[in-house]
Design a binder for this molecule. Structure first.
Ligand SMILES: [Mn+2]
Length: 346
Protein backbone atom coordinates (compact mmCIF):
# COMPACT_ATOMS: atom_id res chain seq x y z
CA UNK A 1 0.00 0.00 0.00
CA UNK A 2 1.37 3.39 -0.90
CA UNK A 3 2.22 5.55 2.08
CA UNK A 4 0.46 8.88 2.29
CA UNK A 5 2.93 11.63 1.38
CA UNK A 6 3.59 13.99 4.29
CA UNK A 7 1.81 17.28 3.86
CA UNK A 8 3.87 20.29 4.79
CA UNK A 9 2.59 23.64 5.95
CA UNK A 10 5.80 25.41 4.96
CA UNK A 11 5.17 27.41 1.82
CA UNK A 12 7.74 30.15 2.27
CA UNK A 13 9.70 29.28 -0.85
CA UNK A 14 9.13 32.77 -2.28
CA UNK A 15 10.68 34.62 0.65
CA UNK A 16 13.50 32.06 0.89
CA UNK A 17 14.33 32.52 -2.80
CA UNK A 18 14.43 36.32 -2.31
CA UNK A 19 16.70 35.97 0.76
CA UNK A 20 18.99 33.62 -1.13
CA UNK A 21 19.23 36.08 -4.03
CA UNK A 22 20.07 38.90 -1.64
CA UNK A 23 22.79 36.78 -0.03
CA UNK A 24 24.45 35.88 -3.34
CA UNK A 25 24.15 39.01 -5.48
CA UNK A 26 26.00 40.97 -6.74
CA UNK A 27 28.79 38.35 -6.69
CA UNK A 28 30.86 37.99 -9.82
CA UNK A 29 32.26 34.58 -8.85
CA UNK A 30 30.34 31.77 -7.15
CA UNK A 31 31.51 28.32 -6.05
CA UNK A 32 28.83 25.65 -5.58
CA UNK A 33 29.92 22.69 -3.50
CA UNK A 34 28.32 19.29 -3.01
CA UNK A 35 29.35 16.54 -0.62
CA UNK A 36 32.22 14.20 -1.56
CA UNK A 37 31.44 11.28 -3.92
CA UNK A 38 28.31 13.14 -5.09
CA UNK A 39 24.95 11.44 -5.64
CA UNK A 40 22.32 12.47 -8.23
CA UNK A 41 20.43 14.69 -5.76
CA UNK A 42 23.40 16.88 -4.95
CA UNK A 43 24.68 16.92 -8.55
CA UNK A 44 21.24 18.06 -9.78
CA UNK A 45 20.95 20.61 -6.96
CA UNK A 46 24.33 22.14 -7.81
CA UNK A 47 23.39 22.16 -11.52
CA UNK A 48 20.13 23.95 -10.66
CA UNK A 49 21.78 26.54 -8.41
CA UNK A 50 24.42 27.16 -11.08
CA UNK A 51 21.64 27.77 -13.61
CA UNK A 52 19.78 30.08 -11.20
CA UNK A 53 22.94 32.11 -10.47
CA UNK A 54 23.58 32.45 -14.21
CA UNK A 55 19.96 33.57 -14.66
CA UNK A 56 20.61 36.25 -12.02
CA UNK A 57 23.66 37.43 -13.94
CA UNK A 58 26.54 35.69 -12.15
CA UNK A 59 29.14 34.88 -14.83
CA UNK A 60 30.17 31.20 -15.03
CA UNK A 61 29.39 29.72 -11.58
CA UNK A 62 31.65 26.74 -10.76
CA UNK A 63 30.43 23.39 -9.38
CA UNK A 64 32.92 21.34 -7.37
CA UNK A 65 33.14 18.30 -5.06
CA UNK A 66 35.70 16.15 -3.27
CA UNK A 67 36.25 12.52 -4.28
CA UNK A 68 34.83 11.55 -7.66
CA UNK A 69 31.68 10.40 -9.41
CA UNK A 70 31.76 6.61 -9.17
CA UNK A 71 28.41 5.03 -9.90
CA UNK A 72 27.71 4.26 -13.58
CA UNK A 73 24.30 6.02 -13.48
CA UNK A 74 25.86 9.15 -11.99
CA UNK A 75 28.67 9.21 -14.53
CA UNK A 76 26.06 8.89 -17.30
CA UNK A 77 24.07 11.72 -15.73
CA UNK A 78 27.06 14.09 -15.75
CA UNK A 79 27.99 13.08 -19.30
CA UNK A 80 24.59 13.11 -21.01
CA UNK A 81 23.29 16.22 -19.25
CA UNK A 82 26.52 18.20 -19.87
CA UNK A 83 27.09 19.06 -16.21
CA UNK A 84 30.44 20.81 -15.88
CA UNK A 85 32.11 20.00 -12.57
CA UNK A 86 35.64 20.66 -11.31
CA UNK A 87 37.37 18.37 -8.78
CA UNK A 88 37.93 20.18 -5.49
CA UNK A 89 41.70 19.63 -5.59
CA UNK A 90 41.84 22.03 -8.56
CA UNK A 91 39.88 24.77 -6.75
CA UNK A 92 41.34 27.77 -4.96
CA UNK A 93 38.50 28.90 -2.67
CA UNK A 94 40.07 32.37 -2.32
CA UNK A 95 39.14 33.06 -5.95
CA UNK A 96 35.42 33.03 -5.13
CA UNK A 97 33.29 35.78 -3.65
CA UNK A 98 30.52 33.41 -2.54
CA UNK A 99 30.44 29.74 -1.58
CA UNK A 100 27.16 27.82 -1.69
CA UNK A 101 26.81 24.32 -0.23
CA UNK A 102 24.01 22.03 -1.39
CA UNK A 103 22.72 18.73 0.09
CA UNK A 104 25.14 18.88 3.05
CA UNK A 105 26.13 21.33 5.75
CA UNK A 106 29.41 22.54 7.20
CA UNK A 107 30.96 20.35 9.87
CA UNK A 108 29.21 17.20 8.68
CA UNK A 109 32.48 15.54 7.70
CA UNK A 110 31.55 14.73 4.12
CA UNK A 111 32.72 17.87 2.34
CA UNK A 112 36.29 18.73 1.38
CA UNK A 113 36.11 22.40 2.33
CA UNK A 114 38.65 23.17 5.10
CA UNK A 115 36.89 24.02 8.40
CA UNK A 116 38.06 27.68 8.65
CA UNK A 117 36.45 28.58 5.29
CA UNK A 118 33.02 30.09 5.95
CA UNK A 119 30.18 29.07 3.65
CA UNK A 120 27.83 31.86 2.53
CA UNK A 121 24.69 29.81 1.84
CA UNK A 122 23.47 26.29 2.57
CA UNK A 123 20.48 24.49 1.03
CA UNK A 124 19.93 21.02 2.43
CA UNK A 125 17.41 18.43 3.60
CA UNK A 126 19.38 16.45 6.16
CA UNK A 127 18.36 16.28 9.83
CA UNK A 128 19.94 18.26 12.67
CA UNK A 129 20.69 21.96 12.48
CA UNK A 130 24.18 22.94 11.37
CA UNK A 131 26.68 23.89 13.99
CA UNK A 132 28.92 25.13 11.21
CA UNK A 133 29.39 28.79 10.51
CA UNK A 134 27.11 30.07 7.72
CA UNK A 135 27.48 33.67 6.61
CA UNK A 136 24.15 34.83 5.20
CA UNK A 137 21.62 32.18 4.18
CA UNK A 138 20.40 28.73 5.13
CA UNK A 139 17.35 26.69 4.17
CA UNK A 140 17.49 23.28 5.78
CA UNK A 141 14.32 21.19 5.71
CA UNK A 142 14.66 17.66 6.94
CA UNK A 143 11.01 16.91 6.11
CA UNK A 144 11.65 17.12 2.37
CA UNK A 145 12.83 14.08 0.41
CA UNK A 146 15.39 15.71 -1.87
CA UNK A 147 17.36 18.95 -2.11
CA UNK A 148 16.43 18.89 -5.83
CA UNK A 149 12.84 19.59 -4.73
CA UNK A 150 13.94 22.75 -2.90
CA UNK A 151 15.97 23.86 -5.91
CA UNK A 152 13.01 23.26 -8.27
CA UNK A 153 10.87 25.46 -6.00
CA UNK A 154 13.53 28.20 -6.03
CA UNK A 155 13.74 28.12 -9.84
CA UNK A 156 9.96 28.39 -10.13
CA UNK A 157 9.75 31.21 -7.56
CA UNK A 158 12.52 33.09 -9.41
CA UNK A 159 10.67 32.74 -12.73
CA UNK A 160 13.74 31.02 -14.13
CA UNK A 161 13.05 28.75 -17.13
CA UNK A 162 14.10 25.12 -16.55
CA UNK A 163 15.74 23.65 -19.68
CA UNK A 164 15.15 20.00 -20.49
CA UNK A 165 18.56 18.74 -19.31
CA UNK A 166 18.27 20.53 -15.98
CA UNK A 167 14.71 19.22 -15.55
CA UNK A 168 16.00 15.71 -16.24
CA UNK A 169 18.74 16.14 -13.61
CA UNK A 170 16.34 17.47 -10.95
CA UNK A 171 13.77 14.77 -11.72
CA UNK A 172 16.41 12.06 -11.38
CA UNK A 173 17.70 13.66 -8.16
CA UNK A 174 14.23 13.54 -6.60
CA UNK A 175 13.59 10.06 -7.96
CA UNK A 176 16.74 8.51 -6.53
CA UNK A 177 16.76 10.30 -3.15
CA UNK A 178 13.16 9.22 -2.47
CA UNK A 179 13.65 5.69 -3.85
CA UNK A 180 11.03 6.43 -6.52
CA UNK A 181 8.62 8.14 -4.11
CA UNK A 182 8.93 5.30 -1.59
CA UNK A 183 10.96 6.74 1.28
CA UNK A 184 11.25 10.03 3.18
CA UNK A 185 8.89 11.73 0.72
CA UNK A 186 6.82 14.91 1.14
CA UNK A 187 3.98 16.35 -0.93
CA UNK A 188 6.43 18.93 -2.32
CA UNK A 189 8.63 16.17 -3.71
CA UNK A 190 5.64 14.62 -5.43
CA UNK A 191 4.51 18.00 -6.83
CA UNK A 192 7.95 18.76 -8.30
CA UNK A 193 8.33 15.20 -9.59
CA UNK A 194 5.07 15.50 -11.53
CA UNK A 195 5.86 19.00 -12.75
CA UNK A 196 9.35 18.11 -13.98
CA UNK A 197 8.09 14.96 -15.71
CA UNK A 198 6.56 17.21 -18.38
CA UNK A 199 9.91 18.90 -19.05
CA UNK A 200 12.42 16.04 -19.04
CA UNK A 201 14.23 14.40 -21.94
CA UNK A 202 12.95 10.83 -21.60
CA UNK A 203 15.57 9.33 -23.88
CA UNK A 204 18.44 10.87 -21.93
CA UNK A 205 16.83 9.72 -18.68
CA UNK A 206 16.79 6.20 -20.05
CA UNK A 207 20.52 6.40 -20.89
CA UNK A 208 21.16 7.48 -17.29
CA UNK A 209 18.99 4.84 -15.64
CA UNK A 210 20.33 1.97 -17.77
CA UNK A 211 23.99 2.84 -18.29
CA UNK A 212 26.78 0.68 -19.63
CA UNK A 213 28.68 -0.81 -16.68
CA UNK A 214 32.31 -1.68 -16.29
CA UNK A 215 33.38 -5.20 -15.32
CA UNK A 216 34.21 -3.98 -11.79
CA UNK A 217 30.48 -3.67 -11.09
CA UNK A 218 29.93 -7.37 -11.79
CA UNK A 219 33.02 -8.32 -9.78
CA UNK A 220 31.61 -6.40 -6.81
CA UNK A 221 28.17 -7.93 -7.32
CA UNK A 222 29.76 -11.38 -7.16
CA UNK A 223 31.71 -10.47 -4.03
CA UNK A 224 28.61 -9.00 -2.39
CA UNK A 225 26.63 -12.15 -3.16
CA UNK A 226 29.33 -14.36 -1.66
CA UNK A 227 29.62 -12.28 1.49
CA UNK A 228 25.90 -11.80 2.14
CA UNK A 229 24.68 -13.03 5.52
CA UNK A 230 21.60 -12.41 7.61
CA UNK A 231 21.09 -11.96 11.32
CA UNK A 232 17.35 -12.59 11.52
CA UNK A 233 15.84 -9.76 9.43
CA UNK A 234 19.10 -7.80 9.10
CA UNK A 235 21.20 -8.46 6.02
CA UNK A 236 24.90 -7.65 5.86
CA UNK A 237 27.38 -7.55 2.98
CA UNK A 238 31.03 -6.62 3.04
CA UNK A 239 32.66 -5.74 -0.27
CA UNK A 240 36.29 -5.62 0.87
CA UNK A 241 38.36 -3.00 -0.96
CA UNK A 242 36.37 -1.00 -3.51
CA UNK A 243 37.49 1.25 -6.35
CA UNK A 244 34.79 3.79 -5.48
CA UNK A 245 32.73 4.19 -2.28
CA UNK A 246 29.61 4.52 -4.44
CA UNK A 247 29.52 0.71 -4.72
CA UNK A 248 28.77 0.47 -1.00
CA UNK A 249 25.52 2.44 -1.41
CA UNK A 250 24.68 0.77 -4.71
CA UNK A 251 24.97 -2.78 -3.32
CA UNK A 252 23.05 -1.79 -0.19
CA UNK A 253 20.14 -0.66 -2.38
CA UNK A 254 20.28 -3.77 -4.52
CA UNK A 255 20.49 -6.31 -1.69
CA UNK A 256 17.93 -4.44 0.37
CA UNK A 257 15.32 -5.56 -2.14
CA UNK A 258 15.77 -9.13 -0.95
CA UNK A 259 12.52 -10.44 0.49
CA UNK A 260 12.16 -10.82 4.26
CA UNK A 261 15.02 -8.37 4.87
CA UNK A 262 14.09 -5.31 6.92
CA UNK A 263 17.55 -3.84 7.45
CA UNK A 264 20.49 -3.98 5.06
CA UNK A 265 23.98 -2.88 6.03
CA UNK A 266 26.83 -2.82 3.55
CA UNK A 267 30.47 -1.93 4.02
CA UNK A 268 33.60 -1.54 1.93
CA UNK A 269 37.08 -0.18 2.37
CA UNK A 270 38.34 2.77 0.38
CA UNK A 271 41.52 4.77 1.08
CA UNK A 272 41.91 3.79 4.76
CA UNK A 273 38.28 4.31 5.60
CA UNK A 274 35.37 1.95 6.10
CA UNK A 275 32.44 3.30 4.11
CA UNK A 276 29.06 1.92 5.13
CA UNK A 277 25.40 2.27 4.14
CA UNK A 278 22.28 1.41 6.10
CA UNK A 279 18.84 0.83 4.59
CA UNK A 280 15.51 0.17 6.27
CA UNK A 281 12.17 -0.78 4.74
CA UNK A 282 9.81 0.16 7.56
CA UNK A 283 11.80 1.56 10.48
CA UNK A 284 12.63 5.23 10.50
CA UNK A 285 15.93 5.20 12.34
CA UNK A 286 18.62 4.49 9.72
CA UNK A 287 20.13 7.99 10.15
CA UNK A 288 20.14 7.66 13.96
CA UNK A 289 21.83 4.24 13.75
CA UNK A 290 24.49 5.66 11.39
CA UNK A 291 25.15 8.55 13.78
CA UNK A 292 25.50 6.17 16.74
CA UNK A 293 27.81 3.90 14.79
CA UNK A 294 30.24 6.71 13.95
CA UNK A 295 29.99 8.12 17.48
CA UNK A 296 31.21 4.78 18.82
CA UNK A 297 33.81 4.14 16.11
CA UNK A 298 35.03 7.61 15.15
CA UNK A 299 34.14 9.09 11.79
CA UNK A 300 31.23 10.92 10.22
CA UNK A 301 27.80 9.83 9.12
CA UNK A 302 24.04 10.24 9.26
CA UNK A 303 21.17 10.46 6.84
CA UNK A 304 17.45 9.99 6.60
CA UNK A 305 14.94 7.63 8.18
CA UNK A 306 15.31 4.82 5.67
CA UNK A 307 18.66 5.52 4.04
CA UNK A 308 21.88 6.53 5.77
CA UNK A 309 25.63 6.29 5.35
CA UNK A 310 28.92 7.08 6.98
CA UNK A 311 32.63 6.50 7.05
CA UNK A 312 35.00 5.34 9.76
CA UNK A 313 38.71 6.15 9.68
CA UNK A 314 41.23 3.31 9.94
CA UNK A 315 43.98 4.89 12.06
CA UNK A 316 47.70 4.34 11.36
CA UNK A 317 48.04 1.97 14.34
CA UNK A 318 45.03 -0.13 13.25
CA UNK A 319 44.70 -2.76 10.54
CA UNK A 320 41.71 -2.84 8.21
CA UNK A 321 40.82 -6.33 9.50
CA UNK A 322 40.86 -5.26 13.15
CA UNK A 323 38.78 -2.19 12.41
CA UNK A 324 36.28 -4.29 10.41
CA UNK A 325 35.94 -6.70 13.35
CA UNK A 326 35.32 -3.76 15.63
CA UNK A 327 32.80 -2.31 13.14
CA UNK A 328 30.86 -5.60 13.11
CA UNK A 329 30.87 -5.91 16.90
CA UNK A 330 29.52 -2.37 17.26
CA UNK A 331 26.74 -2.64 14.66
CA UNK A 332 25.64 -6.00 16.10
CA UNK A 333 25.43 -4.40 19.54
CA UNK A 334 23.45 -1.44 18.15
CA UNK A 335 20.98 -3.73 16.40
CA UNK A 336 20.87 -6.12 19.39
CA UNK A 337 21.98 -9.15 17.38
CA UNK A 338 25.20 -10.00 19.25
CA UNK A 339 23.94 -13.46 20.09
CA UNK A 340 22.38 -14.26 16.71
CA UNK A 341 24.30 -16.67 14.48
CA UNK A 342 24.78 -15.41 10.91
CA UNK A 343 23.16 -17.40 8.11
CA UNK A 344 24.30 -17.31 4.51
CA UNK A 345 21.81 -15.23 2.56
CA UNK A 346 22.45 -16.67 -0.88
MN1 LIG B 1 19.86 14.54 -0.92
Amino acid sequence: MQKQAKTLKTTDFGSKTAQFKECILPAQSVLILTHDYPDPDCIASAFGISHLCSFWGVPSPVISFGGFVGRAENRAMVRFLDIAMVPFVLIDVKEFEKIILVDSFPGKGNISLPAPVVVDAVIDHHPAPPDGNIRCFQDIRNNIGATSTLITKYLLEAGCPIPSKLATALFYGIKTDTGDMRRDVSSFDLDCYKYLFGLIDHQLLSYIEYPDRDVEFFRLLHRATQSAVSYENLGYIHLGSVSTPDYVAEMADLFHSLEKIEWMISSGIFRNQIFFSIRSKNKNTAGIQAEQLVRLLGGSGGGHGRAAAGRVQILPDETANNKMEHFEIVFKRLFKIEDVQPEKLI
